[in-house]
Design a binder for this molecule. Sequence first.
Ligand code: MRU
Length: 379
Amino acid sequence: MADQYEVSETGAGTLAIPSLRWEEFPESPAVVLLDQTRLPAEEVELVCTDVPALVQAIQTLAVRGAPLLGIAGAYGVALAAVRGFDVEEAAQALASARPTAVNLGYGVRRAVTAYRRAAAGGDGAEAAAAAALAEARAVHAEDVEASARMAQHGLDLLGELLPGGGHRILTHCNTGALVSGGEGTALAVALAAHRAGELRRLWVDETRPLLQGARLTAYEAARAGMAYTVLADGAAGSLFAAGEVDAVLIGADRIAADGAVANKIGSYPLAVLARHHRVPFVVVAPTSTVDLETKEGAAIEVEQRPGKEVTEFSLPHIQGGGVVGGTGIPVAPLGALAYNPAFDVTPAELVTAIVTEAGVVSPVTRERLADVCSVSRWR
Ligand code: MRU
């Protein structure tokens, strides 16, 4: 049985969202997560004192979003090391918990490499565990800085693309403080525009089937005082047709060497709509999301999730029990087959720009992407 339990509600009403932290409780160190399956109805923390608990939290999307998965993976390795568990086994379990977001493997690799290096140097188990934890803290701190840099680069880019100001931005899934040590990726750019008085409206795709837009992005936008409107994913087309969208801003789970972008299912149709309506389609992601080993978009492994996420309304935030374990209300006939890929892949030719902490890639080509990655301090 995984060692995972809930603690009291976190303080509501503050803008800073503590999505994940390392905590040294007297009985055990722990990775403490804001349980995202319960938002927006409840702010409940999940305390993971071992790796199986953290893996379960990753798989049920209690913790989610590419950068935060990297941070969680790194702390998970540290947790195994500090508690004296098998670090290699833990690293393997964490890295394979979800297949698409490359940041998860990146965070795990950083912490396990630090651990191995210290262990190989004969430093002893305690020092090796301390090295893993220090590396996890570094991954976390770098994400805070990357997030701030992406927000600034993204704001500058919006100024160039949309010189008139008063932006109406459409976003998909959730890309804010809930997926980051800082303020996130795409939503951090929208937040920067809001603070600069440049955001007229944030259009929030609900993001079927797990509603990361309606539940999480709207929650963050409301806390930040942004002017936002939630729409059903299928309503985006008529919004474009009505001329109500100036730019699309999304995040990414993995960017292949050819610039193809894997992101939450429903992103690719937005890219097609944006091209048809001549609206910029901008991806915001740290260079840790770029996977130069994956040569092209078609090679990206797309996670397939349980069909009942589509055929049932699970409403875990109301019913409790997590997205996967929730008791769903059927919305399709018993036994209906469901197609439920968690992500889709948008080819580079539909992407106007990729905003990273190390600079903006536009036009999106293999060469320019590799150049930006080569100047990143953290790759
Ligand atoms: O399945 P999820 O909720 O983990 O998917 C998250 C997304 O697709 C985000 O858009 C992506 O991770 C970018 S967040 C910076």
